[in-house]
Design a protein around this ligand. Structure first.
Ligand code: ZN
Length: 281
């Protein structure tokens, strides 16, 4: 049996971009439909930001709740991860939907510059979001945009503010944050093993780095993230047709590395999440 790879799909970013791909789902029904296609293509986890119907950024907890309900209904067992990042509201508002108890939520453990903004995650905000995740029994996905965030995550575990084992994502290739370089991933994986030996991990490459970072993760036993939030193109010459197309590309690649796309049940076991009632055998 080959080694399962959890394919995460980040279906919709928090901010509309100029020249955005029209395949990016915006309304909740569009998001559920796009997630369902990605699920059929091999994704076991969905990462979501919500938008207003005009495409602008939203932090409406009810939209998150409606999305979760739709995915639970149409994609049995799929892991739902709410984003507390990007520009999904300001400050503590970014955790205003956590009482809807997704399986997971993203948690950035530090601040960093992006191309034109400060992505601000103060110690106070991190503590607040971590506390709400503990309270609602939500597994965090630690978003590492720069090296210090890895050590901050380990410090939160030590302080009893987060529960081990953590699931850590290395996000590479955002202008202003850590670059997409293979030796940097290797360095960080070495440190992960040293300071959080029981952690699982995933890597995400932004823009044109998406596919190469997928390959680096597959070859090192990690998990993969793809989707239109991170990259709107299939290749240099054309826009991706859908989230499902990007997921299918990773699912196809798995075989080259002795891997297969994890089923929702496998993904839940790997991440220590309870099996979903609908997915239970
Ligand atoms: Zn996101």
């Amino acid at each position: 049996m080959s080694d399962p790879c959890i394919i995460s799909v980040a279906i919709t970013g928090s901010v509309p971009k100029k020249g955005d791909n029209p395949a990016v789902p915006v309304t909740v029904p569009e998001q559920v439909e796009s997630t369902h296609e990605a699920f059929e293509a091999g994704a076991a986890l969905v990462h979501v930001h919500v938008r207003n119907d005009d495409g602008s950024t939203s932090s409406d907890p009810e939209k998150f709740a409606a999305f979760k309900e739709g995915v639970n209904r149409h994609c049995p067992g799929m892991i739902v991860q709410f984003s507390t990042g990007g520009r999904s509201g300001k400050g503590a508002e970014r955790g205003g939907m956590l009482h809807h108890k997704p399986d997971m939520a993203s948690l950035s453990t530090g601040s960093v510059n992006f191309a034109s903004i400060i992505y601000e995650n103060s110690p106070e905000l991190i503590d607040d979001l971590a506390g709400r995740m503990m309270e609602h029994d939500i597994k965090p996905e630690i978003e590492v945009f720069d090296l210090a965030m890895l050590y901050n995550a380990a410090a939160l575990v030590k302080a009893g503010k987060l529960k081990a084992p953590l699931h850590v994502q290395f996000v590479m290739g955002i202008p202003g944050a850590q670059p997409a370089l293979e030796h940097i991933l290797d360095f960080e994986l070495g440190e992960l093993k040293r300071i959080l030996p029981d952690a699982t991990w995933v890597a995400a490459g932004i823009g044109r780095h998406q596919l190469e970072v997928n390959r680096w993760a597959l070859s090192r036993g990690g998990h993969c993230r793809t989707g239109l939030e991170d990259n709107i193109k299939f290749d240099r010459d054309r826009l991706a047709a859908s989230n499902a197309e990007l997921v299918a590309r990773v699912a196809d690649l798995c075989g080259e590395y002795g891997r297969h796309a994890a089923s929702p049940a496998e993904a839940r076991a790997i991440l220590g999440l309870p099996q979903a009632a609908q997915a239970a055998a």
